[in-house]
Design a protein around this ligand. Structure first.
Ligand SMILES: [Zn+2]
Length: 377
């Protein structure tokens, strides 16, 4: 149901609504997309040695009214799948019919890694260390160059979706350089309990897009090569919440899952003090206090055991799932907060609310043009 907003109308909150002018056509990758249009296209990035093209799928939903241009991208690390599913669900969110601004969706940036279930590209590069790319470089640099120039530079805001590496599970969290312009509002707008104020890695999408003044947040949740429902629902909810914060979607009449965001002071890895068989005791999202037992490492062929004792109070935000460990391997990522107890209870409450939340399914309806049944003969 579309609603006409008159110029200078007054909202319930007493604020003046924005003057409503129609959006201009949106230019991206050599295409022109008209207001109200929804377009999918393949962006050629590189060829395999078989001459098979590696095309990056892109979808643009261009609202009738002007507003931010939000890019949501996933699988820059080709084996990180939760984001692909998050975008698949987000694209059918019913309220996108009333979109203000433009949504650019790239569910699989690293198509080669996605096919091969690998983080990397055939030149063994990590695509997220290759931005802004080089048109004459090897495959990762070329792919980064095309994505950066044709897509990233056309956007005003970015949400980049990731998971932990293989055999690790990340608690849903936002990572962001909060002092960069526009970043804090997006991070807090995501409305989840844990935000990590995270430094910028050279040549990452976050760092290089940030250099252009584009605010970027990263949503990290779950594990590579797995779909975790809680991570997915939290991600869809977070994106919709950011879009509301950016006024791309109308405010919600019914209050849904929201959480008080807490910003970690710092974080650090707890590493294996010995080789052996690892059994975690502390759970993902749990509060641990200095001296608590995080887990146990047992010698494989004797009864020797080492207890892993927490050194400081904090919250477990990433956990290794692989029981076979060598000394020095990272087992727990622990974030340190001023109010660890409050964070832990917010995480527990948010988790149980998300498990009960099915509203996105009710709101997700395919538009008639997309419903495959409408083509049935
Ligand atoms: Zn990643």
């Amino acid at each position: 149901m579309s609603k006409t907003v008159n110029a200078d109308s007054t909202t319930k909150a007493g604020k003046k609504a924005k003057t409503t002018k129609a959006a201009k056509p949106f230019e991206i990758a050599g295409r022109t997309i008209q207001p109200g249009e929804r377009v999918q296209f393949d962006l050629p990035t590189a060829n395999l040695f078989t001459h098979t093209p590696l095309n990056m799928p892109v979808e643009v939903i261009h609202g009738r009214l002007p507003g931010p241009v939000l890019l949501i991208c996933a699988a820059i690390h080709g084996d990180e799948l939760n984001g692909v599913e998050i975008i698949r669900r987000t694209r059918s969110f019913g309220a996108l019919n009333r979109l203000r601004g433009t949504l650019v969706l790239v569910p699989v940036v690293n198509l080669f890694g996605f096919i091969h279930q690998s983080r990397y590209l055939p030149d063994r590069r990590d695509l997220n260390r290759c931005f802004p790319g080089n048109e004459r470089g090897s495959i990762a640099s070329r792919m980064a160059h095309i994505f950066f120039n044709e897509v990233v530079k056309r956007c005003t805001h970015i949400i980049d979706l990731h998971t932990a590496a293989v055999n690790r599970d990340n608690l849903p969290q936002v990572r962001a350089a909060l002092d960069e312009p526009g970043v804090r509002a997006m991070a807090e707008g995501f409305s989840i309990p844990v935000i990590i104020n995270s430094g910028l890695i050279d040549n990452s999408l976050r760092a290089e897009a940030g250099q252009l003044g584009i605010p970027v947040i990263t949503y990290e949740a779950g594990e590579a090569l797995r779909l975790y429902e809680r991570s997915i629902v939290t991600g869809v909810r977070g994106i919709v919440s950011v879009m509301r914060a950016l006024e791309m979607l109308p405010a919600k009449k019914i209050q849904t899952v929201r959480a008080e965001p807490y910003i970690a002071k710092s974080s650090g890895w707890f590493r294996a003090p010995a080789d052996g068989i690892f059994r975690p005791i502390a759970k993902l999202g749990a509060r641990v206090k200095a001296g608590d037992t995080l887990g146990v490492i047992s010698a494989p062929f004797s009864s020797d055991e080492s207890l892993l004792l927490a050194k400081r109070d904090g919250i477990v935000i990433c956990l290794s799932n692989l029981p076979l460990v060598n000394e020095g391997e990272a087992l727990f990522h622990i974030a340190y907060f001023e109010e660890a107890r409050a964070v832990a209870s917010e995480i527990a409450e948010h988790g149980s609310n998300i498990e009960e939340d099915r509203l996105y399914e009710i709101e997700s309806v395919p538009s008639p043009a997309e419903d495959p049944r409408s083509d049935a003969t």
